[in-house]
Design a protein around this ligand. Structure first.
Ligand code: KG4
Ligand code: ZN
Length: 338
């Protein structure tokens, strides 16, 4: 049996995990930097890189200890080297290269977006391919045709904000803090999702599988403050704020659900795999489950711990390891993928 140590540093979570070539996850440790970025209302790349540098080795130590193994038991190092913040990814890639070289074991480069879909395969405990994949996070909102774990072709993506970015920005408008997604979901639970008829962009079934969330974000801003937003303050807690949150969330959930349905019909694939931080959203999970049940399609969404950024989903490396697809010693960080 081969033990893998995987690292994830693409944004603001420093994560390490130990798993086996049979996809048994022995440990998965995530150190969040939320507190460091909260006062800026978003992730500051330079601060993220420095925090990765501080956190990486304690996180690796914890992952090894929790898995009950030592570095000498590790037979392969995996790292997410694309996509993400270049300086942040570099921290993980540099540490991974050093560990692989020092231990004399192979290094495997893994694509973070593909890993989000692979998390569905891991949670299902069985093959889920071919399927439609929706990756919906702070950095991405895109639909893919996933023919196999390592073969994904883009069906369509967002033209502007990612859905998670829209959650974070609307949460900031409403004064709910950072990260916005979970806070906005909590606020929306007390509101009326039909209070505001916010726009749902690109929902016509015209063959395009694209998204746009920036108009929705502006619609919330104007509904909150009127057209003069120059001196606007976040609304007080109460029904107005809750209704704005609930109506915004309903618009995002509707759009994502409709586009997933269209993607399954277009590709003829009655299987949907969903990954990325926004897939932790409970109303979204319920809406996708209802749509898939109606369409006679299978839905794969991982448990919450595998939805948001983590290193366990880099077990996608096992698929590359089986094909001896190892990374070169000069592996680089690639900020852009699609
Ligand atoms: O996948 P992820 O952890 O990091 C990226 O690769 O971007 O996703 C983070 C994003 C953030 O925008 C966060 O606000 C959003 O996922 N998010 C949520 C929820 N939990 C996290 N959005 C809506 N509802 C949630 N419960
Ligand atoms: Zn992610």
């Amino acid at each position: 049996m081969t033990h893998f140590l995987a690292l994830e540093t693409s944004c603001d979570e420093t994560a390490a995990a130990v798993f086996t070539d049979e996809l048994a996850v022995l440990s998965s440790v995530v150190a969040s930097q939320t507190d460091l970025h909260a006062k800026f209302g978003g992730v500051v790349p330079e601060i993220a890189s420095r925090a990765h540098l501080r956190n990486l080795f304690p996180v690796i130590d914890e992952a090894l200890t929790k898995a009950g193994v030592s570095l000498n038991d590790i037979g392969c190092i995996a790292v997410h080297n694309t996509p993400g913040l270049v300086g942040a990814i570099l921290m993980g890639v540099s540490a991974a290269k050093m560990l692989a070289l020092g231990l004399g074991v192979p290094l495997i480069a893994v694509n973070h977006v593909q890993s989000h879909i692979y998390a569905c395969r891991m949670a299902a405990g069985r093959d889920i391919f071919p399927c439609v994949g929706l990756v919906v996070s702070g950095g991405h909102t895109a639909l893919f045709q996933c023919d196999s774990p390592l073969s994904m072709s883009l069906l369509g993506g967002t033209r502007d904000d990612a859905a998670g970015e829209a959650f974070d920005k609307v949460a900031a408008i409403l004064g709910l803090g950072f990260p916005g997604g979970p806070a906005l979901e909590r606020e929306a639970a007390n509101g009326n999702p039909k209070a505001h008829a916010f726009p749902r962009a690109f929902v016509a079934d015209d063959g395009r599988l694209e998204f746009s969330f920036s108009g929705l974000k502006t619609a919330v801003l104007y509904a909150c403050h009127g057209q003069d937003v120059s001196k606007a303050k976040p609304p007080e807690p109460g029904p107005k704020r809750a209704n704005l949150a609930a109506s915004f969330q309903a618009a995002v959930v509707d759009v994502l659900t409709i586009k997933c349905k269209q993607a399954m019909r277009k590709t003829g694939l009655p299987r949907l795999a969903v990954g990325g931080g926004v897939s932790a959203n409970k109303p979204l999970r319920a809406s996708l489950a209802a749509m898939c049940a109606k369409e006679g399609a299978e839905l794969f969404i991982p448990p919450l711990s595998l939805c948001t950024d983590n290193a366990a989903m880099a077990a996608l490396a096992v698929e590359k390891w089986k094909r001896s697809e190892f990374a070169p010693a000069d592996l680089d960080a690639e900020p852009n993928w699609i």
